[in-house]
Ligand binder design. Structure first.
Ligand SMILES: [Zn+2]
Length: 391
């Protein structure tokens, strides 16, 4: 089945799925160096199949592997790239200019300590092999449904991996590192396309932090970016746009998307960012990608007015359930959200997904699989109702 064969309002996920206890155990063994990545992957195979089954049983049309082989959505690249090393909080602190402010930010943002292992460039970056093609190939063997593969966005990777005082010995500037990152991600996108992957989503959650926290000198979003930015949001957003387009330009035959949210590391709503998409919409719309995958179930994301009178967006992956709540939304809530979106988008432009993954960080899932499963079922039921009305 291809994407073109899907019904209206295809149901999909943003990417991650909660890890079962045996997988977390294997992940910790891997992180302690007790087992190889190959050995870890043999354990993860089982977890991927379980994550897939949950999705298929819940009626998800476009499935992911639940990011079961990743510790989180961007640090995992240390397994895939030469020249990158995880740095602990203690090591990072040595390079942070304002240590007290940094510490305060970590506390106020409810940052999970385990997430503060930053993938840092310490040498020339090179691919050891594929970044996600191996994940795709395994999943392809086990499902006939179209597959979504997630990749960390080029801006996120550049910002997080370039640490002043460490990385500049190899890459004098962020821009120099960005060139290599763009080349690698483009190569990966093309490899995924050539193998038949239907959808590749680039995750750029840090864009909201750039837009909403311009006064913060050292970016703090999930600690994803330790390097001081230019401090000029517009300049940063232009850079994010340029990097993305350098990857996707001229690559046809695979649907691409960009995911933006306001954080998914805490259930404390006031620890997460707040603000509508307005400041970043012009940059998102200028990206040469097919779909924007955006959270909207949380009121912190504002309403959809940002898309009024803008015609360029071809598709939206509409966030219709909150992955961080115990309460399972009902189908009427989802249908209501889609009806609001229909003021700005036609039925054929709308995919349905949760606001974000259910396990962005392996060690801090936002819900157990049983709740995640129910939330996906609700989206499927809403899609069924919507198809009856709009097909
Ligand atoms: Zn997200």
């Amino acid at each position: 089945m291809t994407l073109a064969g899907l019904p209206l309002f295809p149901v999909t996920v943003v990417g991650s799925w909660p890890r079962p206890p045996y997988l977390l155990e294997a992940l910790r063994s891997r992180q302690a160096g007790r087992i190889s990545f190959q050995e870890f992957n043999r354990v993860a195979d089982r977890a991927v199949l379980e994550a897939l089954k949950y999705q298929e049983d819940a009626g998800v049309d476009l499935v992911s592997d639940g990011e079961q082989r990743r510790d989180n959505f961007y640090s995992f690249v240390v397994e895939k790239l030469e020249g990158v090393r995880l740095m602990s909080l203690g090591e990072i602190m040595n390079y942070v200019e304002d240590k007290e402010a940094y510490d305060n930010i970590l506390r106020s943002m409810d940052a999970p300590a385990f997430s503060i292992h930053n993938p840092t460039v310490v040498d020339r970056v090179e691919r050891r092999g594929p970044i996600a093609l191996d994940e795709y190939q395994f999943l392809r063997e086990h499902t006939s449904r179209p597959i979504k593969i997630t990749l960390p966005g080029p801006y996120l990777l550049t910002r997080s991996m370039w640490v002043k005082g460490v990385s500049d010995a190899v890459y004098p500037t962020q821009a120099a590192l960005a060139q290599d990152i763009v080349a690698m991600l483009r190569e990966e996108l093309i490899a995924l396309r050539d193998e038949g992957a239907e959808f590749v989503q680039f995750d750029e959650p840090v864009l909201t932090d750039v837009a909403f926290n311009p006064e913060v000198k050292e970016r703090t979003f999930m600690c994803a970016s330790m390097a001081a930015s230019s401090g000029d949001p517009m300049k940063e957003l232009v850079m994010a746009l340029r990097l993305m387009n350098d990857i996707t330009r001229g690559v046809d035959g695979v649907k691409t998307g960009v995911h933006v949210c306001r954080g998914n590391w805490s259930r404390k709503e006031d620890a997460l960012l707040r603000g509508d998409y307005e400041p970043i919409v012009p940059y998102l719309l200028a990206m040469d990608t097919d779909q924007l995958v955006l959270e909207y179930a949380t009121p912190r994301a504002g309403d959809m007015d940002s898309f009024a009178n803008r015609k360029k967006l071809s598709e939206i992956g509409l966030g219709v359930v909150n992955p961080r709540t115990d309460q399972v939304e009902d189908p009427e809530f989802v249908v209501g959200m889609v009806e609001k979106a229909l003021a700005y988008f036609s039925p054929s432009q709308i995919y349905l997904n949760p606001d974000c993954g259910f396990g962005t960080f392996a060690e801090r899932p936002m819900n157990p699989p049983e709740v995640a499963f129910k939330k996906l079922q609700v989206i499927s039921e809403a899609a069924r109702q919507l198809r009856e009305t709009y097909s």
